[in-house]
Design a protein around this ligand. Structure first.
Ligand code: NAD
Length: 272
């Protein structure tokens, strides 16, 4: 396997550019999938309190003697300053590891409007050395501006829905200006991107699969990716993307797949 790239975070740390996403994997299966991913070369894993599989994730990481970058996320019920500190403690205990590399606010949850207080708790956790890096997920420019204005602390990462059908060009520009790393969730468009005729044609041209073309596109754009699979052959396929490159014609064709209404998941401006 070719060496995997890392991205520099604004707090001086680095993060592997590709990781395994474990959303919707039952807790009992997660340890096995995480071990298979590590064996296939993955060095990062993305879980969340709400996925219910932090236990399996930690178990899988502990079963292998490799340095794994672990991300987890705080859910709605634990928003608020004191509640967030407790929510973190629970995730930390469930994971059963000595560390969490990156801890995120999962959504802004606009209705309850507690994300600024919750962010202050994450800032404290990082200052106390309990978590290495802190960030957010599903934040729009408005939400980012608010936490930066109120605390002066810029998140290291914003993890957002991003795939060829929904490319988030404007938000990525804001991230770049503010030194926030963009992580693409549902990087494969939850598997739907695979049937796109443009991607199939580019895949045939390079002798690759459409999934590899899409993941390579994220990597070349400087985005972190966390594709999900439970199948060993797909885990291997999704990480075998560091020995070829897209050309300008491919880039132009993929740029045209962006759709204003291409969002698959909820809209963070209204998701409560
Ligand atoms: P994804 O885009 O990674 O697609 C996963 C699906 O694509 C799989 O279930 C499988 O059906 C298919 N697939 C995977 N590899 C393939 C291959 N090589 N060929 C063909 N099909 C393939 O979607 P996802 O699981 O929604 O997102 C990935 C990760 O992002 C999640 O596991 C989770 O960690 C994270 N996520 C975060 C948020 C958030 O709010 N922060 C929301 C959704 C997902």
């Amino acid at each position: 396997m070719t060496d995997q790239p890392t991205l520099s975070l604004n707090d001086g740390r680095t993060m592997p550019q590709i990781g395994l996403g474990v959303y919707q994997i039952p807790d009992a299966d997660t340890s096995g999938v995480v071990q298979a991913a590590i064996d296939a070369g993955y060095r990062a894993v993305d879980t969340a309190a709400i996925y219910g599989n932090e236990g399996g994730t930690g178990k899988g990481v502990r079963a292998r003697d490799e340095t794994i970058f672990v991300t987890s996320k705080l859910w709605r019920d634990d928003y608020g300053y004191d509640a967030a500190l407790k929510g973190f403690d629970r995730s930390f205990a469930t994971l059963g590891l000595d560390w969490i590399d990156l801890y995120l606010l999962h959504w802004p949850f606009v209705e309850q409007d507690l994300f600024v207080e919750s962010w202050k708790a994450l800032v404290r956790l990082q200052k106390e050395g309990r978590v290495k890096s802190i960030g957010v997920s599903n934040f729009t420019m408005d939400h980012l501006e608010r936490i930066i204005h109120d605390t002066g602390v810029v998140p290291a990462v914003n993890q957002i829905e991003l795939h060829p059908g929904f490319q988030q060009v404007e938000l990525r520009g804001f991230h770049d200006e503010n030194k926030i790393v963009t992580t693409s969730w549902s990087p494969l468009g939850q598997g739907k991107a695979m049937d796109d005729a443009v991607l199939v044609r580019i895949a045939e041209k390079h002798g690759r699969t459409p999934a590899q073309i899409v993941l390579r596109w994220h990597i070349e754009a400087g985005l972190a990716v966390i594709p999900k699979s439970t199948k060993p052959e797909r885990l291997a396929e999704n990480i075998a993307i560091f020995d070829f490159a897209l050309d300008e014609e491919d880039e132009r064709a993929i740029a045209k797949l962006d759709r204003r209404d291409g969002r698959i998941g909820p809209d963070p401006r209204s998701f409560a």
